[in-house]
Design a protein around this ligand. Structure first.
Ligand SMILES: O=C(O)C(=O)CO
Length: 451
């Protein structure tokens, strides 16, 4: 599953880190998590702890989008077979489906084909009525993939706004507050289109804290964010948005455009949402693998966030403590964390948050600590790498590494040092996964003596 395996160094610590990554990502694949959460018994559909009587509906439809949406639809087809009548998902990680149409879109910046796929999705939504049960397959990446520019906003406006937001350092709550108010589908507006159908959201969460209104910008979730909130984000990060976007947000804030529907809106009377996997799904299985390999696992948090290079420094400090004093765990140990770090882009290079995390960590690593950091969807930033894997031998010239960080150009830096992790699209999207493998001091000393 983890590509480039043979090209990576093969020390035990690297193998342990890669095994944790591989098992963690696999644990979050829809084929596994949907089978655990969704079941059919006669006419009774179970989704998590809720049941639905399929006998009460004429149509069972799958609609949605996100990096993993086609894999969610495939897993739903595997459970429900020909009970599914039709559907449309928009994704950049397609797979063959029986009754659901897969439309390919683009991520992280929306594209023409994503707009076309979303048009088909909305058309299918408009055909739903009170006798329709909609399974909404929603995963991270959905905000870019399900692109439905609202009002006078063009695709080019949406692309420019997305680029600027992604480079601003704003977090996903802030980014999506803006995207929801530039869209005809986000922020519960797909639920509005679907009413009075019954809607069952089946979500994979790549958002710290699992806020339903933020995962893929919450197409079928109540939204409490406002046009004013969107304007605040634009001001706070000094984002230069196209005129059509600025006009819409300004007009919306005066009440001239209806707000996205909130939790008291009757469009949600027949909507329920179920998160079937999140960052903890990944970390739990990665921990089990670490334990099987003889390392004491410690999950630090599923909620790490902030600037990637700074988060790396904090993680390294914890790993150093483990190595030096055995606090809070004794080596051999594996520290794990999830969440999502961000990068404030000032240069014009290639890279992503996990590659910056790995490069920044590598600048100060002592012997005995190996660090792997990946985005579980396999695509870190706008590069084709999932992330990086580093140890104290990776950075031979700290100035060079710092220059690469300053230029946001760590992809070529890590590539030259054979320190990229490449998986290709993984079929899931459950945020970042970071693994710190910390060897016993004696083993670490032995390694440096051997060199
Ligand atoms: O909004 C998105 O598309 C994200 O990736 C967060 O879920």
């Amino acid at each position: 599953m983890i590509g480039n395996r043979t090209q990576l160094a093969t020390t035990d610590a690297r193998d342990v880190a890669l095994a944790c990554l591989e098992a963690g990502i696999d644990a979050g694949h829809p084929r596994r998590v949907i089978h655990e959460a969704v079941a059919l018994e006669g006419d009774t559909l179970h989704v998590a702890d809720t049941t639905y009587d399929l006998g009460a509906y004429d149509d069972l439809v799958v609609l949605g989008g996100g990096n993993a949406a086609a894999h969610v639809a495939a897993a739903l087809e595997a459970v429900l077979g020909d009970r599914i009548d039709r559907g449309v998902v928009v994704t950049d990680d397609p797979t063959d489906l029986e009754s659901v149409t897969v439309c390919v879109g683009d991520h992280p910046v929306p594209s023409e084909r994503g707009v076309e796929g979303t048009r088909r999705l909305l058309e299918a939504a408009d055909a739903a009525d009170e006798r329709t049960l909609v399974l909404a397959a929603i995963t991270g990446g959905g905000s870019a993939l399900m692109a439905a520019p609202a009002g006078d906003i063009s695709l080019a406006d949406l692309q420019a706004t997305t680029d600027a937001l992604l480079e601003s350092g704003a977090d996903i709550h802030e980014i999506n507050a803006v995207r929801k108010h530039c869209s005809a589908l986000k922020g519960g507006q797909l639920a509005r289109r679907l009413a009075p159908a019954t809607v069952v959201g089946v979500l994979l969460s790549d958002v710290v804290g699992n806020d339903l209104s933020v995962i893929a910008s919450g197409p079928v979730a109540p939204d409490e964010s406002t046009f004013d909130d969107a304007l605040t984000v634009i001001d706070r990060y000094e984002i230069d948005v196209p005129v059509a976007v600025a006009n819409r947000l300004e007009r919306g804030s005066t009440g001239a455009i209806p707000e996205t529907p909130g939790s008291d809106d009757p469009v949600f009377d027949r909507v329920s949402n179920h998160i079937v996997a999140d960052g903890m799904t990944v970390l739990e299985v990665a921990s089990e693998v670490a334990a099987e390999r003889g390392y004491e696992p410690l999950v630090l948090s599923t909620r790490m966030r902030g600037e990637a290079r700074e988060s790396a420094t904090t993680h390294v400090a914890i790993a150093e403590e483990v190595l030096a004093t055995g606090t809070p765990v004794s080596p051999p140990a594996v520290l794990l964390s999830g969440g999502e770090t961000t990068v404030t882009v000032t240069g014009d290079g290639t890279g992503g948050p996990n590659q910056e995390f790995a490069t920044s960590a590598a600048c100060s690593l002592e012997g005995g600590i190996t660090v792997a950091a990946v985005d579980t969807d396999g695509i870190d930033g706008a590069s084709d790498a999932a992330g990086g894997i580093v140890d104290d031998g990776t950075v031979d010239d700290p100035k060079h590494a710092q220059d690469a960080l300053a230029a946001n150009d760590v992809f070529p830096y890590l590539d030259k040092r054979n320190a990229l992790v490449k998986t290709g699209p993984t079929g899931t999207n459950l945020n970042d996964l970071r693994v710190f493998v910390i060897e016993e001091p004696a083993a670490a000393d032995r390694c440096s003596d051997d060199e």
